[in-house]
Design a binder for this molecule. Sequence first.
Ligand code: SF4
Length: 428
Amino acid sequence: MARYFVWTIGCQMNKAESQRIAGYLDSAGYQAATSFSDADLVVLNTCVVRQRAENKVLGTLGLLQGLKNEHPNLQILVTGCLVNSNTQELKRRFPHVDLLFKPGDYPELIAWGQKQGMPVEQRLLRYPRNDAGIAPSPCALIPVIQGCDNFCSYCIVPYRRGREVSRPLEEIVCDVEELARQGIKEVTLLGQNVDSYGHDLPEHPDLADLLNELNSINDLVRIRFLTNHPKDISLKLIGAVASLNKVCEHLELPVQAGDNDILKAMRRGYTVERYRELVHTIRRKIPQISLSTDIIVGFPGETEEQFEHSLSLLKEMRFDVIHVAAYSSRPGTIAWREYQDNIPVEVKKERLNKIEELQAAVASKINSQLQGRQVEVLVEGTKKEKWFGRTRSNKLVFFEDAGDWLGQLAIIQIEKTSPWSLRGEVKK
Ligand code: SF4
């Protein structure tokens, strides 16, 4: 039987798309391989959001060229954000690639598959399953809106994934009902700008409407969604998170900078004051909320003082999790055209370390408050002989037990905490 290997780098959206591609190949009769060398067909799902990710992709494409020289029948498919509209140029650079298809362009993949004699799949809702026919994880990622209309000055996403296109509400509900029947307990709804969901659909449903519908699906236990945009998140949505019992108390709310001039140059569409007010509103309406944020250091021209503004906002907001990245200039973006990437690498690194240090201290304090408390964990799998899962607030929890907890809700008494995870004992 022919074997496939899907290699994925980048965001949750890429992971979701890789799940769907793997599902399609499963249904076409392929078997999952464990490495490139073990496969007859390889799919690279790429990311070019930062130079480092792009370098990794290019390195992997080089490695595959060597493999293809040895095994000329190896088929190589490339998708993700490396694939822009100029596929001719990519074809010229990577002649060993058999198919380049834009992120989410499943019709292109299916048309290619048909030429290879694969069956036509009407709907790509086939998650990789184990031999018993059950999905190996109880959590599924569901893309609900593709693309982004925002054009933040540093971001390559709108150029690669195009303008926002929402999936019809009924189609998503139908997919999630089917997944719940297959044993999925938690869904995470994905969009580069998930708050924009529905504005391009005929009846203009919004994300809160979608959450309302999904909340009534039997057997589904938890619903999450990401990524929010501080300028687009609505009071209606905050109200939905506060009132719907299956929607988890966790929000990803990227701030990106704590200085108004930098925010303006980033074209984020809000000020520090508005962001602060928003966080206060969310915390007032959902007291148990856990908040994550993203921040970029070393944006062109960022002075020491402007960086300090970011640092002090983070200190004040006390996020549960911070994803920090050093600015990486991406050809084609507004920032690339208009500003010089003039902050030295060492300075970016130093700023990044300062934020990581601060966050380790903040998260350590926040998590230590859970010591001795009981939390509800949806168990996702095992790592190094320990069960792991997440709380509704998205805290990673490990515990040891001989029972089979996969896909179960376990009540865990927390015994040890760190800034990144918790450890405890199951209460029976
Ligand atoms: S909201 Fe901004 S940062 Fe996020 S994907 Fe869109 S353009 Fe990029």
